[in-house]
Ligand binder design. Structure first.
Ligand code: ADP
Length: 262
């Protein structure tokens, strides 16, 4: 049976915060045909709002620690301000956007990350994606806009990485759809030299990735992004791309691991 196409676009915090690139992304997204889902990050807006409210932002190795107070801020900012503005902008472009967190219709359930070396606080690791609910919304003509928030189904919201939400939803929906997952951030794709946007790497395999992390070519947010991308392409997602808003059909394509005989 030929599976129906589904586009899942993940848009990073830097794009959401830059009016020019956000407009470009929303225009391109609105012109994509067929079923589609937008997943968004939040980034600096939560930090700015936390400052205004007197809530301290704690980071360890570039990763946010979500205290009980910060959880309130990210719930308001990601689930409210950012999500609803994106929905309104898409509605203005004729897209029947529906903003959701993981708690809505129990779309994404997670468990609070266990405390090991670092206590990340109210951060959720995805355990379950509600394929039935998302499929029924897509069939009804809705375009889900997913905030980087999940819930534990015991009444608590949890802050969850948007790249992880995008890849988890893509993998879960791959059983029903031929999914193209596009990570859209402010850089044109994976670069040989982060400071040179023209040094784009067109395709990348896991075997290329490990040495590039070891020699520092790939660092920071690009490491977990690529880990999510490899996980998705090796778990049934048809196509995974890392690119920028102005170049949705270009960027870096993620290659599947070669089949082994054992
Ligand atoms: P997002 O826009 O989704 O929030 P991140 O900021 O988490 O994305 O990750 C992308 C960042 O990773 C880039 O902005 C860049 O600074 C960094 N990066 C590190 N190594 C590379 C590389 N080799 N190619 C591209 N980006 C890289």
């Amino acid at each position: 049976m030929i599976k129906e196409q589904l586009n899942i676009i993940k848009v990073g915090g830097a794009v959401v915060e830059d009016e020019g690139s956000l407009t470009g992304l929303l225009m391109s997204f609105s012109s994509l045909r067929g079923k589609k889902i937008l997943v968004h990050g939040g980034g600096k807006i939560a930090t700015e709002m936390a400052d205004k409210l007197g809530v301290e932002t704690q980071m360890i190795d570039g990763r946010r620690i979500t205290s009980a107070e910060m959880l309130k801020v990210v719930t308001m900012v990601y689930g409210g301000l950012v999500n609803k503005n994106l929905v309104a902008r898409l509605q203005a472009l004729g897209v029947n956007a529906l903003g959701l967190t993981g708690a809505d219709m129990n779309v994404i359930m997670s468990v609070k990350r266990p405390v090991e070396l670092v206590n990340f606080g109210y951060v959720g690791d995805v355990k379950y994606v509600n394929v039935k609910a998302l499929t029924s919304l897509l069939d009804a003509g809705a375009v889900p806009v997913l905030a980087p928030l999940t819930h534990d189904k015991e009444g608590t919201m949890l802050n969850t990485n948007a790249d992880t939400i995008a890849s988890s939803v893509a993998v879960a929906l791959a059983e029903k759809y031929s999914v193209t997952l596009t990570f859209c951030s402010s850089i044109p794709g994976v670069l040989k030299n982060v400071d040179d946007p023209t040094s784009l790497i067109k395709t990348i395999a896991k075997a290329d990735f490990d040495p590039m992390v070891a020699d520092g070519t790939i660092s920071a947010g690009m490491i977990p992004k690529l880990q999510n991308a490899f996980e998705a392409i090796n778990s049934g997602v048809a196509k995974v791309v890392i690119t920028s808003p102005s170049n949705l059909s270009g960027g870096t394509t993620i290659l599947m691991d070669p089949e082994t005989d054992d």
